[in-house]
Design a protein. Structure first.
Lengths: 128, 267
């Protein structure tokens, strides 16, 4: 008599289902966002020390490694944002009377819409 | 015998079940605690019928080949939640997984993942039942009206707030899809938390502060990392992942309310 069989948890659980892999990618993109925030703090600190310090940092960034890192951070940030906007209707359901508003409307109204508007305003401010 | 056209064969089999004698192989997870130190898989050849589900095939094995196979089932129509199993690695109700989804490939049937196995396809439900009980999944009232005072009325709008979460049939597929439930045995889990949220959202209930004590523990709502697979495998579209995220917001609100309101003032 051996009793109930207790399967051991697998250390590589995150590759067992496609949904787990998508989850891990979503979580790992946050690392890029965190790293970029640290980079922005360094940038601000250099700016506070004067023009020479800031331009010296900019000069060191002009190479393919840093450019690739910026592109990767942008892709990661966009992906991370999209995954959470898509999840918004689950976390914040909106009811219109007795009926739940369609998920796509909630995602646009609470996420994509304001995102595009704020981005457009920032772009206008930078390019004008 | 094969006609080379899957749709034609399916139609023929529906009209003339005996015309085509194709078989399909089911590999069943076997474990008998009296004799087995480790589980094993046993293959069975079962007649292929396009209108059969995996549960029909296992019943056929039990009736015609091997009466020692153990498994749970009851309603055969996706209502009772008894026949949850891993079908080719996916948590499914055996009564809703059609053989035609897999034919002609072999179907591997295992007990629900993330549970200990009592025997063959039968898992130990005790931990789930304890978790369910711990969130008081029933309406709690301060007052109890006599029946002659009438029912506790509720508008369709109030019903809509929780109806989706009340559809849970306790089939435990969500626990099998949840990696947190697999790695953290104390995690309260999707179904228990969704049901707790269901009663918290019920306008007739007065027990949310009581339930929140349990839901705010580390192994409860904050243990959920929002992988979201529980909602994908749910046969009743309950969306436990959504319920837990909403419960997180309610738990945070309850926490901050504790600073500004005297104890027991909240509902």
């Amino acid at each position: 008599m051996t009793g109930p069989y207790r399967p051991k948890p697998k250390w590589a659980w995150f590759v067992q289902r496609p949904g787990y892999i998508r989850f891990m990618i979503r979580e790992l993109t946050a690392v890029f966002i965190g790293a970029y925030l640290i980079f922005l703090l360094v940038l601000l600190s250099k700016l506070g020390r004067g023009e020479a310090s800031f331009t010296a940092l900019l000069a060191t960034l002009h190479n393919s490694f840093w450019e690739l890192l910026h592109v990767a951070a942008l892709i990661a940030a966009v992906w991370h944002t999209i995954t959470w906007f898509n999840a918004t209707p689950q976390a914040l359901p909106v009811f219109i009377g007795e009926n739940r508003a369609p998920n796509v409307l909630v995602a646009i109204g609470m996420g994509y819409g304001p995102w595009i508007m704020v981005s457009a305003v920032i772009l206008w401010g930078v390019l004008r | 015998m094969s006609l080379g056209c899957h749709a034609c064969e399916s139609l023929l089999e529906l009209e003339f079940p005996m015309a085509l004698q194709n078989d399909i192989t089911l590999e069943l997870f076997r474990y008998h605690p009296e004799t087995d130190a480790e589980p094993r898989f046993q293959a069975y050849e079962v007649p292929y019928r396009a209108d059969w589900v995996v549960l029909d095939a296992i019943n056929w094995i039990k009736d015609h080949i091997d009466g020692t196979v153990s498994y749970r089932w009851s309603c055969r129509m996706g209502v009772c939640g008894s026949c949850g199993m891993m079908v080719n690695g996916e948590p499914r109700l055996a009564c809703s997984a059609f053989l035609r989804e897999y034919y002609p490939e072999t179907i591997r049937v295992e007990p629900l993942a993330n549970f200990s196995v009592e025997r063959d396809l039968v898992v130990d439900m005790d931990s789930f039942m304890q978790k369910l009980r711990s969130v008081s999944p029933y309406i709690i009232r301060d007052d109890v009206n006599d029946t002659d005072q009438g029912e506790y009325k509720q508008s369709p709008k109030q019903l809509a707030q929780y109806k989706q979460y009340s559809m849970c049939i306790n089939c435990m597929l969500c626990y099998s899809a949840c990696p947190v439930a697999g790695n953290e045995p104390d995690f309260l889990g999707p179904a228990a938390l969704a049901l707790a949220h269901r009663y918290n959202k019920d306008s007739r209930d007065r027990g949310s502060s009581h339930r929140m004590g349990k839901m705010m523990e580390h192994e409860a709502v904050w243990g959920c990392t929002f992988v979201g697979e529980c909602s994908k495998v749910c046969p009743k579209n309950v969306d436990p992942a959504g319920a837990i995220q909403q419960a997180k917001a309610a738990a945070a609100q309850e926490y901050f309310k504790g600073f500004v309101m005297p104890k027991g003032a909240g509902r």
